[in-house]
Design a protein around this ligand. Structure first.
Ligand code: NAD
Length: 297
């Protein structure tokens, strides 16, 4: 029989990830607070379980994909899940949380004899469904190796960033840079348009020039310039402004704790906050490339 996984948190990301574990031959016990998500997981071959402590009985791995650090600590520490997970199991938390949340859960896990890695992801809901996520792992070399069979079933690129918490640091740095180059790309394109340039032509020029970056290559923020991106679909789908703000707030907190200067990251956080609150409606649910609207308005 295949190895067993308890999967906690079957939302937009977790639902697709759990389905890919089933496809790869794992037996997946699924738990979520939302009945509808449990039902959807059952339809994809998971075994729905009505209590997290039941879900972890006898499993080889525990994977969680939860909204934030308070919930992750609540599930593992306050609600006592770590007390009942088999000590032979490897615990992988894929949620995006503060490095300190991961280190706290890692310490509590170690006290109880568990192996723990933080493994936040890059890539959105589509990559979770397609099994093409990038994982940034924090944990010992041995635990990183042991996590690979599970992560390879859900992702295309798997990196070890360092010890427990390091995966979260890598994720925070990457997404802060993403926010900065997306805002900068929107700013440059709008400047060009305000001065009479066609954004398609300007994009082609910058793609072959020193301003080239991932936002221009894969995720142009101007509607109609690129097919298949959220900008050409009313900024629907993709990566929400609210989630980008969550990651920028984590970057801010990390910088405060390490006494690092992040003037560009702070500016990006303020820009995305301004954007969210501008125009009388909450823009938090729009894709983050809609930051262009802040410049074009
Ligand atoms: P989501 O809100 O769709 O899913 C979270 C799920 O957790 C929900 O189904 C919710 O019912 C469940 N949940 C909440 N508390 C629980 C508890 N105590 N026990 C069990 N289940 C519980 O969120 P998501 O978009 O799937 O994001 C999950 C994580 O992935 C977040 O940390 C997010 O920052 C990160 N992330 C998201 C994206 C994205 O594009 N959505 C991309 C990269 C990383």
């Amino acid at each position: 029989m295949g190895k067993t996984v308890a999967f906690i948190g079957l939302g937009n990301m977790g639902g697709g990830m759990a389905a890919n574990l089933v496809k790869a031959g794992f037996q997946v016990n699924a738990f979520d607070l939302m009945e509808a998500n449990l039902k959807a997981a059952a339809e994809k071959g998971c075994t729905p379980v009505d209590c997290p402590k039941k879900a972890v009985e006898g499993v080889d791995y525990v994977v969680s994909m939860l909204p934030n650090g308070a919930i992750v600590e609540g599930v593992y520490i306050d609600d006592g899940l770590l007390d009942v997970i088999p000590t032979t199991a490897l615990v992988l938390d894929c949620s995006t949380v503060a490095p300190e949340n991961s280190r706290r859960v890692g310490r509590e896990a170690a006290i109880r004899g568990h192996r723990f890695v933080d493994a936040p992801v890059s890539g959105g809901v589509a990559a979770a469904a397609a099994g093409t996520l990038a994982f940034m792992v924090g944990g010992s070399e041995a635990d990183f190796e042991a996590s690979k069979p599970v992560l390879q079933a859900m992702g295309a690129n798997i990196f070890r960033a360092g010890d427990v918490g390091a995966g979260q640091v890598a994720k925070i740095c990457n997404n802060m840079l993403l926010a900065i180059h997306m805002s900068g790309t929107a700013e440059a394109l709008q400047l060009g348009m305000d001065n009479g340039l066609d954004p398609k032509v300007l994009s082609e020029i910058m793609l072959q020039s020193s301003g080239c970056n991932w936002s221009l290559q894969k995720y142009n923020p101007v509607p109609g310039v690129m097919e298949g991106v959220p900008a050409s679909n009313g900024y629907k789908g993709g990566f929400m402004v609210d989630l980008m703000l969550k990651d920028l707030s984590l970057a801010q907190a990390a910088a405060v704790s390490s006494k690092s200067s992040i003037p560009m990251g702070s500016a990006a956080r303020n820009l995305f906050n301004l954007h969210k609150n501008s125009g009388g409606e909450d823009k938090g649910m729009q894709d983050f490339s809609s930051i262009l609207e802040l410049y074009s308005r």
